[in-house]
Design a protein around this ligand. Structure first.
Ligand SMILES: Cc1cc2nc3c(=O)[nH]c(=O)nc-3n(C[C@H](O)[C@H](O)[C@H](O)COP(=O)(O)O)c2cc1C
Ligand code: SF4
Length: 678
């Protein structure tokens, strides 16, 4: 038996957990009709197969109809959920993992124009900044109904074979009762701590009465809202003790912070560039004060920190939630002593930011996550070894090289630069995006193990490629900044990448025209403003940086607002002229009727990239498929059989930004989807 603290079993009442690593509640927005169907099951079971001790399915599964999900959550109020839950729990148990589900009523943290268009309820009329609904002040009959809904939902989950349920009590209805900031009720549910906690205990009692003792019950709650006038640490400790003393629950799952704003949410679930494990010591204090089973998750992305969390006795079970979205097989790799093979979570938060935009959660650099029904986490060997030549060692090229290597092919990569990484190497120049480089480093380690040959500093020509006698050629050359977007003066501007790479010195009075709305514009702004320049970011969009998304925007705003960067939306830079040492910006608007002139000493354009595709078009006539990708085969996961040129000696494909400017996930998905069938 291993003496690794992470691999020690844990006895949670009657439930034996096989190790100390859990996946905490997270709704990846994969339900269909609010039910955990095949896709949901496949995603969940993959993590159980990977060895995790317990997976908390869902996040915020809705117990009532007036708690409509704002993204695609499970609907625990539907009776028809039970057989779907049963199929999932059976499959997870077969893999040796425990499975629970988080239930909630969102209270004001939703919208009235979702689901059945019912009024949103909360213990006050205060609106939550993130979701914007003005709530109805909850009435006695609402309270009775919702308590019963919780008990009904818990009973359904027990009937479906769950090992237990967890209540969400941070930022949702239960906590809206508990916090003095959101509870303005008189009478039994408002005022004193006893009264504010009454709803939570009424719910717990009703559930316990329904499910009995042999069912795990836990609460995930904020023990310090970190808000003036809110639940502070002292009251949080008192709440922790009362939860334990109630005898109704089996563990505490500690959160510190508040989630009513994007900024608050991002401090609770920190992203890349923010400190690791910021609330672990706090969770440790709760455990020490209560001497009760304590769970916790918040940016503990690596095994070493997780091991410390357990070994130091700060928590009993450590959550590695996003880490499991990046690599579902963490525990298996720990057991096999292959920790260096664990694909690292880089905190990019593409997963979470997407769900808040109404999309499904995808991991920025594991395209198989959430696509378990079609994309493999473990790549199968090919029947025949081929020679695969890849041009470009950015994320697309390296993923292609890794997957081709796993297939057992002979793989040769040509890269013009000294180092691998492409645009990721550039983006990682910003301190806040430094973690992105692990996307490259992990692939290089894998490629090295797989015997991939790299030629750096090598500008591959068509002859170089053909001299390799390849069976397959993959062009992953990426793109170059696209700045030629003005009617006049394109030669007077620089690109965001010029600034980020350090190739161009920042100006002192700078306009950034951001038409791409991605990280590069904000990164350039930060470089310039930190160097002392005055910066205005202008975009023709209704909001700025839409591709950066909510939580990723938080650290930028914290920095850029302090640096006095200004943000101008709905205006378009149309042309630039030189006037002495100054640049005159001609500004219009897509809404029409505007023609302004402004002066700057530097104008930066962020407008994505244009494909670097010369080599592709040079090789195209010599290929057997003339570059064609048969989409039906690609989507169905079948090998490509396009045959357009009888004289062609190799198949030719193009992936990532070499096709069109997209993002890292798209580049990696292009590569995995194509190469897994080569
Ligand atoms: C896609 C996604 C959805 C989430 N939804 C919930 C949720 O509904 N309820 C909840 O308590 N936590 C939710 N979380 C937060 C996680 O449980 C966890 O606290 C957070 O990801 C920090 O842990 P980590 O750094 O190990 O990922 C979600 C996380 C992700 C990535
Ligand atoms: S998208 Fe980023 S934060 Fe989310 S799981 Fe993947 S690497 Fe981690």
């Amino acid at each position: 038996m291993s003496n690794d603290p992470l691999l020690q079993p844990y006895q949670l009442k009657h439930l034996t957990l096989r190790n100390r690593i859990i996946v905490t509640a997270h709704e990846p927005a994969y339900p269909q009709d609010g039910l955990p169907k095949e896709r949901y099951r496949a995603y969940t079971v993959e993590r159980a197969k990977g060895g995790v001790a317990m997976t908390m399915t869902a996040g915020s599964a809705a117990v009532s109809k007036d708690s409509p999900p704002v993204f695609n959550n499970l609907l625990a109020y539907k009776d028809e959920i039970v057989p779907w839950i049963r199929e999932m729990t059976d499959a997870v148990h077969e893999e040796g993992a425990a499975i629970m589900i988080q239930l909630t009523h969102l209270g004001r943290r939703t919208r009235w124009d979702k689901g059945e268009w019912l009024p949103v309820v909360a213990p006050s009329h205060h609106r939550e900044a993130s979701h914007r609904a003005f709530p109805k002040k909850i009435e006695d009959w609402d309270i009775e109904r919702i308590i019963k809904d919780f008990a009904d939902a818990a009973e359904r989950m027990k009937a479906g074979g769950m090992d237990g349920v967890e209540l969400e009590a941070y930022g949702h209805l239960i906590d809206q009762f508990a916090s003095p900031l959101t509870n303005e009720l008189d009478g039994p549910y408002g005022g004193s701590l006893d009264n504010r906690m009454r709803f939570c205990f009424d719910v717990l009692k009703a559930i316990r009465a329904r499910v009995g003792d042999d069912f795990i019950l836990g609460v995930r709650y904020t023990a310090d809202e970190c808000l003036p006038g809110g639940t502070g640490k002292e009251e949080g400790l008192e709440i922790s003790k009362r939860l334990k003393q109630s005898g109704l629950i089996d563990y505490l799952n500690v959160i510190r912070g508040h989630i009513d704003t994007d900024a608050g949410l991002t401090d609770v679930i920190p992203i890349q560039g923010m400190a690791n494990s910021p609330h672990l010591d706090f969770a440790g204090e709760i455990r020490a004060a209560t001497n009760f089973p304590t769970f916790h998750a918040a940016k503990i992305p690596d095994v070493a920190t997780a091991r410390h969390a357990i070994a130091s006795g700060k928590v009993d079970m450590v959550g590695m939630t996003r880490a499991h979205m990046t690599d579902p097989h963490i525990v298996r790799k720990i057991i096999e002593k292959r920790e260096e093979d664990i694909r690292p979570c880089v905190g990019a938060n593409y997963c979470l930011d997407r769900i808040y935009q109404g999309g499904a959660a995808y991991c920025i650099h594991n395209a198989a996550t959430g696509r378990e029904l079609t994309m493999p986490h473990s790549i199968a060997k090919a029947d025949r070894r081929k020679k695969v030549v890849i041009i470009g060692a950015g994320p697309a090229g390296l993923e292609a090289a890794r997957v081709a290597g796993e297939r057992g092919h002979e793989v040769v990569v040509f890269e013009a630069a000294n180092d691998p990484g492409g645009q990721i190497r550039l983006t990682a120049q910003s301190e806040r995006r430094r973690e992105m480089i692990s996307i490259i480093d992990w692939r290089m380690i894998q490629c090295e193990k797989l015997g991939v040959t790299f030629h750096f500093n090598s500008w591959a020509e068509a002859d170089t490629v053909q001299a390799e006698n390849p069976d397959v050629v993959i062009i992953a050359t990426g793109g170059l900044p696209h700045t030629e977007v003005l009617s006049k003066g394109n030669e007077l501007v620089v690109s965001a990448w010029d600034i980020i790479s350090g190739d161009v010195k920042p100006g002192t009075n700078v306009l950034i025209f951001d038409d791409a709305g991605d990280h590069a514009g904000l990164q350039a702004a930060e470089f310039i403003a930190k160097a002392g320049g005055k910066v205005e970011i202008m975009t023709p969009d209704r909001s700025f940086a839409p591709e950066v998304m909510a939580m990723n925007l938080v650290p930028y705003m914290r920095s850029l607002q302090k640096l006095d960067v200004t943000f101008t939306v709905t205006y378009r830079l149309e042309a630039v002229e030189k006037s002495g040492n100054e640049l005159v910006a001609h500004v219009g608007s897509d809404y029409g009727g505007i023609a302004k002139q402004r002066t700057f000493d530097q104008i930066v354009i962020n407008h994505g990239t244009i494909p670097l595709d010369d080599l592709y078009f040079e090789l195209k006539p010599a290929s057997s498929n003339l570059g064609e990708v048969l989409h039906d085969q690609l989507i169905a996961g079948r090998p490509q059989t396009a045959w357009r040129n009888a004289d062609g000696k190799f198949q030719l494909f193009r992936i990532g930004d070499a096709v069109a400017a997209r993002n890292t996930h798209a580049a990696i998905y292009d590569a995995l989807r194509l190469v897994k069938d080569i």
